[in-house]
Ligand binder design. Structure first.
Ligand SMILES: C[S@@+](CC[C@H](N)C(=O)[O-])C[C@H]1O[C@@H](n2cnc3c(N)ncnc32)[C@H](O)[C@@H]1O
Length: 243
């Protein structure tokens, strides 16, 4: 199986149904292959309506697998869950591992991006569709949280708070999110930060919300750990492992 096909397969298994080429592209790619044309057609990522790329799902798979198989203490949290694309992926991974730790999600649920109306309803519906226990939902503004509002130990955190708005506001929000999560993150625990992007290093992802990288760079300036970029295909993200 080619690397590309494996990436699509993992994404489909984790509940990202739109991953992969359209059926007609598969036929066209077969014809191109038979003709010996060294070209393949791909679906263009829709940055308005899709929240996670197939490549990012594979990265989540590897990083979550590491945390779970090393038995890192704590729950899983997501700050910025919107309609649950990535929460469904994380919940399915916990379920696949037979792991009973809790998944906590935090969001205002009143920011309608793309085509969606009724964000929380859509979140709950998506999670029901993938047949996993409903995460613990914390509805409200992340700026209003203190570390005590998060689980006392965290093994894995995903921060995804970008809505394509004001860069300075997003930077302050991600900095605040880091201040909430980092003190509660167990040794060996992992934070994945959506939109972390290093020009010239990030392979080809968009720099959709530059406040994320600014906040992470400032936050980790005096810490022993540093964020590392991942290859998220059309989307940028990065991670840090607590020393
Ligand atoms: C890009 S979306 C998250 C996508 C989500 N991870 C998914 O896969 O569906 C960003 C989310 O951050 C949330 N958000 C932005 N600012 C927030 C704030 N101050 N407090 C709580 N949530 C916030 C928005 O409501 C939105 O749902």
């Amino acid at each position: 199986m080619t690397n590309e096909k494996r990436i699509q397969q993992v994404a489909l298994e984790r509940g990202i149904p739109s991953a992969g080429p359209y059926p007609w592209m598969r036929i066209a790619n077969k014809v191109l292959g038979k003709l010996g044309v060294p070209v393949e057609l791909h679906r263009r990522f829709d940055h308005h309506n899709e929240m996670v790329s197939a490549e990012q799902v594979v990265n989540f798979d590897l990083l979550m697998d590491e945390v779970l198989s090393r038995n890192i203490t704590g729950d899983v949290v997501e700050l910025g869950c919107y309609t649950g694309h990535t929460a469904a992926v994380l919940a399915r991974m916990l379920h696949a591992h037979g792991d009973t730790r809790k998944l906590h999600v935090f969001d205002r649920f009143d920011i309608e991006l793309g085509r969606v109306i009724g964000v929380r309803e859509e979140f709950e519906e998506r999670l029901r569709r993938v047949n996993v226990p409903m995460p613990i939902i914390h509805q409200g503004d992340v700026f209003g949280l203190t570390p005590e509002d998060l689980p006392s130990a965290i093994a894995f955190a995903h921060i995804d708070l970008g809505v394509g708005g004001e860069i300075a506001l997003h930077e302050r929000l991600v900095l605040h999110a880091m201040e909430l999560v980092y003190p509660r993150l167990s040794k060996g625990g992992i934070i994945v930060l959506m939109d972390f992007h290093l020009p010239g290093v990030t392979v080809k992802g968009n720099d959709s919300n530059p406040g994320a990288t600014k906040a992470a760079t400032a936050f980790f300036a005096d810490k022993p750990e540093k964020m590392r970029p991942l290859n998220g295909g059309p989307c940028s993200h990065g991670f840090v492992r607590k020393a």
